[in-house]
Each structure stands twice: as C-alpha cells, then as structure tokens.
Ligand binder design. Structure first.
Ligand code: KG4
Ligand code: ZN
Length: 355
C-alpha cells in the first residue's frame, strides 16, 4: 500500500472487557475518525471483581453485530467503501479475542476485503504517537516523532519500548510479574474499593497523603529497565493486616495515595533511566493507567527538566477502543501487513512485545 493511498478501515477491538468498533478514513500521515463506539462490560465484571474470560466473550458476542452495524451507519459508509478490516489478534483473553477475530473473518469473506491483524499494544502506541485534534476526530503524524520511547501501562501490560520508525520496535523493559494496572486492581480489591481499581484508587487518593506511608520500590535502582509490582501489592497487604491486628481502622485514603505515589515514582524513574541510556524525540504514555493524572503530572515535570516532549493518548482513548486499532491498522496496512481471512488467528500471547 502506498503511503498516499487513502484507506477506509473498519476496526474491531475485543481483547478484554470493552467492545470497541471504529471506522477511520485516511493515510498513515492523517486519518479521520468517521465514527466509533465502545460498549463497556465494567458493570458485568464489577460483580466478580475482575474479568472472567468466558463471560467477557459472551458479552462481546452479544453486542458486536449490532455495534458494527450502527457504527457503519453513523460513519455513513457501506461495506463497499471498506478497504480493510483491522482487528486485534492479541495479546489478550483468548475467548474474548476470538469473538472479534471471528467477526472480522466472516466480514472479510463476505465483503471480499483483506484483514489487517493488529497487535493490541501497537494500538495503544498509535493512540499516543499520533496527534489528536481537539475533538479526537482526526489524528496526524507529527513531523519528527522518532525515535520515540513508549511506556505502555495497562491492566495486562507494563512495557518500555523504543520505536525507531513505523513498524520498528524494540522492547527495552517489561514487568517481571504483575502489570501496573493489575496492581491498582488488586490493591483496590484489598482496600474494599470498586472495580476497576485504577480510577477507584485515584479517587480515594485525593483525600490522602502520598507520603504518609513508605512502600518499597522494587527494582528501582536495578541495572535493568524491567519492573516489578507484585512485591508492592504484598507490602500493601501486610500494612493493612497490621492495622487490622492492632484493631485500628485502615486509613484507606493514605494507603491509596502512598501506593499510587510509589507506582508513579517507579514508572517515572524507569522512563528517566531509559532516557539516560539513549536519546529520544518524545515519550509516549499510553494504556489504561495513563489516564492517571498524578502519573501524567509527574511525568511532565520530569520530562520538562530534561527537555523531552511528552505525548499522551487522549483521556477517552487511554483505555481499550477501536480508534487505536484503526490507527495502528492503517499503519500496518501501509507497511504491507495485510492477510487473508484463513491466515488470521487470535493469539493470547503473540511474540511481538511479549511480556
Ligand atoms: O488499557 P486498558 O483499558 O486495558 C488493558 O489493555 O489492560 O487498561 C485497564 C487498566 C485497569 O487495570 C485499570 O484499573 C487501569 O487501567 N486504570 C487506571 C486508571 N484508569 C484505568 N489506573 C490508574 N489510574 C487511573 N486513573
Ligand atoms: Zn489495552
């Protein structure tokens, strides 16, 4: 595909607990979002305090058909206009991914168009790499974007990636155990806060003091860009037990604020460490946890001191959505990464960006 060729892409995201559908039109340099919809399953998963893969799959299967129809209608395009179907093939929950991939395969057969398999993490990266218009209806590639350092922080992933150009990634560091968002979710649960834990902890922390308690920052000074969050979660667990055993009330706001401050220090510290090792034009902050305002603010302060630009995905597009899959899909199709329906499969842990 020529870089100037305009594409009209239907994008499908079902890797976890959001069904994201989008229609985008444009090139790798500039795309317009003709319409996009997100059907969240948060209410369903609140009951179990986490995502049950089969339940997520059933929810995706229930909404995906009508959602695709209504998103195409809103975009005022028909199947004849679609030049490719971008779909998340992994990483994610296999039963959930399979619903999106099966829908994409069926439509690609019926519409006689290619599939663009998209790595979910590449989607998160493109949501920050491309500059969004104020209403998030158009995305433009900045002139000197590369090399970029991407920090992807979500419920399933914590990765530092060097991006030298489109389609050229190098994983610099990853979590050795829990993802940053997973730590937020688990700590929220043990503090009796709601699911998903990130927003609940951020809200509770507003009334607390981030310096009230000191938690260990695992691997902070280690000679690696890898991270670890499970020890921190255990430290919070022990701390809450101490209060319970002493017959004291758990100071939820202070625990939440101190935990959040520790995660933020760890993430900002690792980005700083990566910037000492190499030079970058900009830092990309993306994934569900990138919605955290304390993280955004602290990252800006550190990067300002170093004169490096920060690009974040727009707040409504930090979590999972179809737009990011469409943006990455247009770039992947431009790089020639299209496939026939029979060659496209869902993969829970694809090789690319494995963590
Ligand atoms: O990217 P995402 O929607 O799904 C995955 O690909 O995992 O990320 C979801 C994660 C959850 O762990 C959620 O608790 C976390 O992002 N999250 C936050 C915030 N909003 C969502 N974590 C910290 N602060 C937030 N404001
Ligand atoms: Zn995600």
């Amino acid at each position: 595909m020529n870089t100037r060729d305009e594409q009209t892409i239907l994008a499908i995201e079902t890797s976890c607990d959001e069904t994201g559908i989008a229609v985008l039109r444009g090139t790798r340099e500039r795309s317009e979002v003709l319409s996009h919809t997100i059907a969240s399953q948060v209410d369903v998963h609140t009951l179990t305090g986490g995502v049950v893969p089969e339940v997520a799959a059933r929810e995706h299967a229930t909404v995906i058909g009508p959602l695709i129809t209504s998103t195409l209608q809103k975009a005022q395009v028909t199947s004849d206009d679609i030049t490719g179907i971008a779909v998340t093939t992994g990483p994610g929950l296999l039963p959930a991914l399979t619903i999106g991939v099966t829908a994409a395969r069926a439509l690609a057969y019926a519409w006689r168009c290619p599939i663009v398999p998209v790595n979910h993490l590449e989607g998160h990266i493109y949501a920050a790499l491309m500059q969004a218009s104020a209403e998030e209806t158009a995305f433009t590639m900045p002139a000197d974007a590369f090399p970029a350092l991407a920090l992807i922080v979500s419920g399933g992933h914590t990765l530092l990636i060097r991006m030298n150009d489109h389609d050229t990634y190098e994983v610099l560091g990853t979590t050795r155990d829990d993802a940053a968002g997973e730590a937020f979710d688990k700590v929220a649960r043990l503090l009796g806060l709601s699911y998903p834990g990130g927003p609940a902890i951020a809200e509770a922390a507003l009334a607390g003091d981030g310096a009230a308690l000191s938690f260990p920052q695992p691997m902070a000074r280690a000679d690696t860009l890898d991270m670890s969050f499970s020890g921190l979660k255990t430290a919070v667990l022990y701390k809450t037990r101490e209060y319970i055993e002493a017959g004291e009330e758990i100071p939820v706001a202070d625990v939440a604020a101190s935990f959040q401050a520790t995660v933020v220090q760890t993430l900002v510290g690792k980005v700083e460490q990566a910037l000492e090792d190499d030079t970058y034009k900009r830092v990309l902050l993306t994934g569900g946890v990138a919605a955290n305002t304390v993280l955004r603010d602290k990252m800006v302060v550190m990067l300002d001191q170093r004169g490096v630009a920060l690009a974040t995905s727009p707040l409504p597009l930090c979590g999972d959505n179809g737009v990011m899959i469409g943006l990455a899909g247009i770039a992947a199709a431009t790089a020639g990464r299209t496939a026939q329906p029979t060659d496209v499969h869902a993969e829970a842990r694809p090789l690319r960006f494995r963590n």
